[in-house]
Unconditional design. Structure first.
Length: 133
């Protein structure tokens, strides 16, 4: 049995759950780049990957209250496809903003995080809502 949640509550849960992933992302981005000397683009990919597992679980079961497990592999494939697309876009735009607009990589990533968050919410609604029956 599933529990319905209102759209404002979903938005709040989406961003609260997403905050955990964002913290993990930025910790990897900053820590790997500043302390281990890893190229910022590689650090961004590592952070994005860490964010994926945490966010899928929280978004499916908590934000969208989708407790069904028989479609979890299909949802995971769709979710990962969404995130890979967002990762590619994030990486390309991060590179362009830093290299060509001469932005600080953290500032550029903050801007991209806002855009990606909005896109991710809209697409996630479809991933988890369409599978409920």
């Amino acid at each position: 049995m599933r529990t319905e949640t209102s759209r404002p509550r979903q938005v709040m849960r989406f961003y609260v759950a997403g905050a955990a992933g964002v913290i993990a992302y930025y910790a990897a981005l900053y820590g790997l780049t500043e302390y281990l000397g890893v190229w910022y683009v590689t650090s961004a990919v590592v952070g994005f990957t860490l964010n994926t597992g945490l966010n899928f679980t929280l978004q499916k079961f908590w934000t969208f209250q989708n407790k069904e497990t028989h479609m979890v592999s299909r949802q995971l494939v769709r979710y990962v496809a969404m995130l890979v697309s967002l990762l590619i876009g994030n990486t390309v735009f991060l590179y362009l903003m830093v290299e060509y607009l001469q932005m600080w990589y953290i500032g550029a990533q903050v801007i991209l995080t806002v855009v990606i968050s909005i896109l991710s919410f809209i697409i996630s609604i479809r991933i988890f809502k369409n599978e409920r029956r």
